[in-house]
Design a binder for this molecule. Structure first.
Ligand code: PA5
Length: 433
């Protein structure tokens, strides 16, 4: 399997030779990823994750998941940003591929909404519960709040046995690791050289995915293939995609509408959005990924895409599904042209119709075909987009692996909450309240 990036519906927006020139620029970015010569190169651990994760380590993750599945019905996954979006994307996209002994996965600690906690307590009332806390730094406030709440819940409910039901995925140092060691939790290490949004193929993503009954072996096999394909310079599709994105950005197309026409791929778009926005949006540069779901959004933002400000290009992420439900024939409903067709076929036609309409409306459309939906395909897709993102960010001229500006809101929040060391900022903020 190989992902294909088609420029058929966008090339006419480029001048002669423009794509070739951007491919050359993207190849320089690609080289930086390969030979670790770019900024942030100490965070390139994701590049080798699929091949460096040994079969033994994969078995260990699977064995932990099997053990959790035996003792609990529900796994509460506590984490935010890169610490949960990858597993959320995989679990929601691949529900159909889950084994019967799967756990229900509930994500917590990715916001500060009080009512969400109430909902989770209600859901867990008659169920056996386990917890996986995920934080590379161990110092993220949202995660810390949720962990305080669920640690206390688990200790009240299970007493000393709570520690057998809590798994910690964290960096080699920090508060969480200290707590884990003291309490005797099972722990997994987030590698130093893998950043949050590039961590889905590490223990961060793999443990929750395995608990959801999805084959991590297949997922890793897909990612390994993507890694092999990425290493081949000729006709490299990640480079091609990075080149196209940068070519359109250079023309003032600063928004990328990322389209999927499969309901189950919606949360994959959220993972994609974080990956690209947090990697590229810095130094007052960057393409803003805006997820859209067709056909529902064709009846809302579709108007803007077709005829609003011409500052966007579109990337359609296509995936095939083998489910094709036939539509019953009703002679009198005025939709005779649908007779004999399936929902899947009609969805394909609707997508093609919108691609052509948007191209005609002045929106360049990149089509990325991922093939048939499976854990293998998704593993491939994770690696493909991680590599394309790193190449694209280097082509744009930014460090793909840091997120310095995320700290700004955190500092203000600490000051407003009265954290020690933030008193002066707290005083300055007072005048703005
Ligand atoms: O991509 C990133 O690095 C971030 O989105 C982090 O994953 C997020 O901020 C959570 O960080 P941590 O895992 O340290 O709690």
């Amino acid at each position: 399997m190989k992902v294909s990036v088609s420029s058929k519906h966008c090339e006419r927006f480029l001048e002669q030779g423009e794509l070739v020139s951007f491919i050359k620029k993207a190849e320089d970015g690609y080289q930086k990823v390969l030979d670790s010569s770019g900024e942030g190169s100490d965070f390139l651990g994701w590049r080798d994750l699929p091949s460096s994760l040994s079969d033994e380590e994969t078995e260990k993750i699977q064995a932990t998941a099997d053990c959790l599945k035996k003792m609990a019905d529900v796994l509460i996954v506590i984490g935010i940003g890169g610490s949960y979006l990858g597993s959320l994307a995989a679990i929601s996209s691949l529900k159909r591929f889950s084994s019967h002994d799967k756990m229900e996965i509930i994500f917590a600690g990715n916001n500060m909404c009080s009512s969400r906690y109430e909902e989770i307590f209600d859901k867990c009332r008659d169920k056996e519960v386990a917890v996986n806390v995920i934080s590379k730094s161990g110092s993220t406030t949202e995660t810390a709040i949720a962990f305080r709440i669920f640690r206390s819940y688990m200790e009240k409910r299970y007493g000393r046995d709570a520690s057998k039901r809590i798994v910690m995925t964290t960096g080699s140092k920090g508060t969480l690791r200290d707590i884990a060691e003291k309490e005797g939790y099972v722990t997994f290490l987030v590698p130093e050289d893998v950043g949050g949004r590039y961590s889905v193929l590490s223990h961060v993503g793999l443990l929750p995915i395995a608990c959801a009954g999805i084959s991590i072996k297949e997922l890793i096999a897909g990612a390994r293939q993507a890694q092999k394909d990425f290493l081949v310079k000729e006709d490299n599709q990640a480079v091609r995609y990075a080149a196209l994105r940068n070519a359109f950005y250079n023309k003032g197309k600063v928004n990328e509408i990322t389209v999927t026409n499969r309901d189950n791929m919606k949360l994959f778009s959220s993972w994609f959005q974080q990956l690209f926005a947090e990697s590229e949006g810095k130094d007052e540069k960057g393409i803003l990924p805006v997820p859209a779901f067709f056909t529902s959004d064709l009846h809302s933002v579709g108007q803007y895409i077709q005829n609003g400000l011409r500052n966007m290009f579109e990337t359609v992420i296509e995936i095939k599904e083998d489910i094709n439900i036939p539509i019953p024939d009703f002679a009198s409903d005025g939709f005779l042209f649908l007779d004999g067709k399936t929902v899947g076929e009609i969805n394909e036609k609707a997508l093609t119709a919108s691609v052509i309409a948007h191209e005609d409306g002045g929106v360049p459309v990149i089509r990325i075909n991922l093939g048939e939906l499976s854990p293998y395909t998704l593993g491939y897709a994770f690696y493909f987009f991680e590599s394309a993102c790193a190449v694209s960010a280097y082509t744009l001229g930014v460090n793909p692996f840091n997120q310095p500006s995320v700290e700004e809101y955190k500092k203000n929040m600490f000051a407003l909450l009265g954290k020690e060391g933030y008193e002066e900022l707290g005083e300055r903020l007072k005048s703005r309240l």
